[in-house]
Design a protein around this ligand. Structure first.
Ligand SMILES: [Zn+2]
Length: 295
């Protein structure tokens, strides 16, 4: 994958960890002996790689006491000296597995698990990222929700896509948030009140199956002005003048409404006196023109 595309993907992944799992910079990155050794083997700028992958300058690499003890215990193996040197530059995560209580360092999976998920609840409460080139460790922490996993593949540091378990949790959280927003007293209620305000101020609202359906707040300004500008060319506008009484009647029946509606009423009444009651009831609906043509 080209570097720019990868950077974009990593930015997206990290922003999801921030939004859904509460990650904040400086990101704490636990690294184990395997990734330290590989970083040295490939002579990588490991810290820079972490910054690029996590899309943040502000990162805090951490090594556990057990990891350092394991490295000290395997001196002589390739790259271990360099790995120790690199590991020493990072802050120590005191895991509590000291030589006094643990004569042998804990296996790293166990130690890391006690740091990342001490209660065994499958959650990454302290928002650690984890860098490891141990396949088993990585696979284990895919089962813990919200652990960004980093590894080195052919001298390139990779940030894994979010694990399926974390993705599932993320969408559950998002659905719950959405539900909470809908049910929240302040949200939906407020909207209802707004609608009531609107209907009081003249706009028409109708309850359809419990939902308030808003109608247009008045006649379409385009359809109102048109007959005014060209009374001669518009055949409809001549008719209202011939039936002034019905027009007045329609106006009187809806005189509470704004004056802007008058234009519409006149068109309406042109449909004929027989439909006056119906016409008045439907006043405001844009069918006046069609009915006028029929009449
Ligand atoms: Zn430990």
């Amino acid at each position: 994958m080209p570097r720019a595309k990868r950077a974009k993907q990593y930015r997206k992944v990290m922003s999801q960890y921030c939004m859904n799992f509460g990650f904040r910079t400086p990101y704490q990155v636990l690294v184990d002996s395997s990734i330290l050794a590989d970083a040295c083997r490939f002579k990588m700028d490991f810290v820079k790689g972490l910054q690029q992958n996590l899309q943040a300058k502000d990162i805090k690499p951490l090594v556990t006491t057990c990891t350092m003890r394991k490295l000290y215990g395997s001196k002589g193996e390739p790259c271990v000296e360099d790995a120790i040197t690199l590991g020493k530059t990072f802050e120590r995560r005191r895991c509590g597995h000291t030589p006094e209580t643990h004569p042998e360092p804990l296996p790293e999976l166990e130690c890391l698990s006690s740091c990342i998920d001490p209660k065994g609840s499958g959650k990454n409460s302290f928002h650690y990222c984890l860098g490891t080139n141990d396949i088993n460790i990585r696979s284990y922490f895919r089962g813990v929700q919200g652990v960004p996993l980093l590894y080195i593949s052919r001298s390139v540091l990779i940030l894994e896509p979010m694990a399926p378990g974390s993705v599932a949790q993320r969408s559950r959280d998002e659905r719950a948030k959405l539900r909470a927003e809908i049910l929240r007293p302040g949200g939906k209620r407020k909207r209802d009140e707004d609608d009531e305000d609107d209907s009081r101020s003249g706009a028409q609202g109708e309850r359809v199956g419990g939902k308030l359906v808003k109608k247009a707040k008045g006649p379409n300004p385009l359809s109102v002005k048109k007959p005014k500008k060209k009374p001669a060319t518009d055949g409809l506008s001549s008719k209202p003048k011939t039936t002034p009484t019905t027009a007045e009647g329609a106006e009187a029946s809806t005189s509470v409404e704004g004056p802007k509606r008058k234009r519409k009423r006149k068109n309406k009444s042109a449909a004929g006196p027989k439909d006056e009651a119906a016409g008045a009831a439907e006043a405001g609906e844009p069918h006046g023109a069609e009915e006028a043509v029929e009449a």
